[in-house]
Write a protein that binds this ligand. Structure first.
Ligand code: AQP
Length: 333
């Protein structure tokens, strides 16, 4: 039986290699399987949990759609839409925030990381972000959610909310309990400047990430400058655990080329990083350059991108409005 796939990407600019290898690459594979029903959402309501410039946000929404298409998602075979245009998301998020418990949300590590030291100044939206994410997923009876490893905890919370709602209202199986789809290996791509920090859009230094719009020279330069340790290339897998930057770069190379870690380590064992970095740059250029060229081309086709969104919104709204109607009946509105 086919899967019902749902996943979202925030239109916060600078979509990067982590977003691609952790999530979008998986979206494309799932979308290629005709058995699956796929919904890919540009989660603009999530984006405003931190300050956004309205004009940039509007551009970033289109750029996210362009990235989906340029990466190989087929708009004919999936629903692509932006969250703010389907009001059931906000409505369901409110209702589910009455099911979710403070204690559960207090455990969310992403909030702690993003709010930083001054939690009092973080928006309430940033805190309740995972409840909106649960609403997104549950409105479509999604069975599988492809995400990067950083979203695993939010998905567990979504399952808890679904189960509690089903129990509280005695509606067994009303919300489907979704399964995460997380890559087995290298599901968290790390910063090029610090192997212990996630590659991220909001990191100030552009050298910390490969953007999906980077040109060939930028990619080569970033890999040249990527942090490594002073030792030569590792000679066995066990060494990787103690060498986060080497582990990250080798992991990226393995994800891009499909080569096994053992083979990469055998081929480069004891050599200088510079030789490996040349191979890595080439693999990156081969993968990212065609995507980058296509994104830039699509950004000149605003009407086409807007049409994808408006058609997607109609389809998403059909499904979500039916589900929210049932939710209203269940809670007694
Ligand atoms: N570094 C990463 N490695 C693997 N997967 C990642 N994802 C994000 N970063 C990595 C996955 O990409 C999908 C879309 O992410 P998002 O745009 O919704 O937000 P995010 O996780 O908050 O991404 P960033 O880059 O870290 O943004 P900022 O800097 O704004 O916090 C998700 O499936 C995510 O797991």
């Amino acid at each position: 039986m086919g899967k019902k796939i749902f996943s979202g990407v925030q239109p916060t600019g600078n979509l990067h290699l982590g977003n691609y290898l952790g999530a979008i690459k998986n979206f494309v594979e799932l979308n290629n399987d005709n058995e699956n029903d796929c919904i890919f959402c540009v989660v603009d309501l999530h984006a405003i949990t931190i300050n956004q410039d309205p004009k940039e946000l509007r551009n970033n929404i289109r750029e996210t759609v362009a990235t989906f298409i340029a990466s190989g998602i087929d708009a004919e075979k999936s629903i692509i839409f932006n969250q703010s245009q389907v009001s059931a998301h906000s409505e369901a998020a409110w209702i589910l925030s009455c099911t979710a418990r403070m204690g559960w949300l207090n455990r969310m590590t992403q909030f702690k990381e993003k709010a930083g030291k001054d939690k009092e100044k973080a928006s309430i939206g940033l805190y309740s972000y995972p409840v909106l994410m649960a609403a997104d997923i549950l409105l479509y009876d999604s069975t599988h959610v492809p995400v990067g490893d950083d979203q695993k905890q939010h998905l567990e919370l979504c399952r808890d909310i679904a189960q509690k709602f089903n129990n509280d209202f005695n509606v067994n199986d009303f919300f489907k309990i979704p399964e995460p789809l997380i890559q087995k290996e290298f599901s968290r791509i790390m910063s090029l400047k610090d192997g212990l920090k996630k590659m991220s859009k909001s990191e100030l230094s552009d050298l910390s990430r490969i953007n999906l719009t980077d040109e060939k020279d930028q990619i080569i330069n970033k890999i040249k400058k990527a942090k490594t340790d002073p030792l030569p290339m590792p000679s066995n897998i066990d060494e990787l655990e103690k060498r986060p930057e080497a582990k990250n770069l080798i992991g990226i190379y393995s994800s891009l080329t499909g080569l096994k870690l053992e083979k990469i380590i055998k081929d480069f064992s004891g050599k200088n990083f510079s030789e490996f970095k040349e191979n890595l740059s080439q693999a990156l250029v081969d993968k990212i350059n065609p995507i980058s060229v296509e994104i830039k081309k699509l950004l000149n086709e605003k009407n086409y991108l807007d049409k994808i969104l408006s058609e997607g919104c109609k389809k998403a709204n059909d499904i979500a409005s039916r589900k929210i109607k049932k939710i209203h009946e269940i809670v007694g509105f």
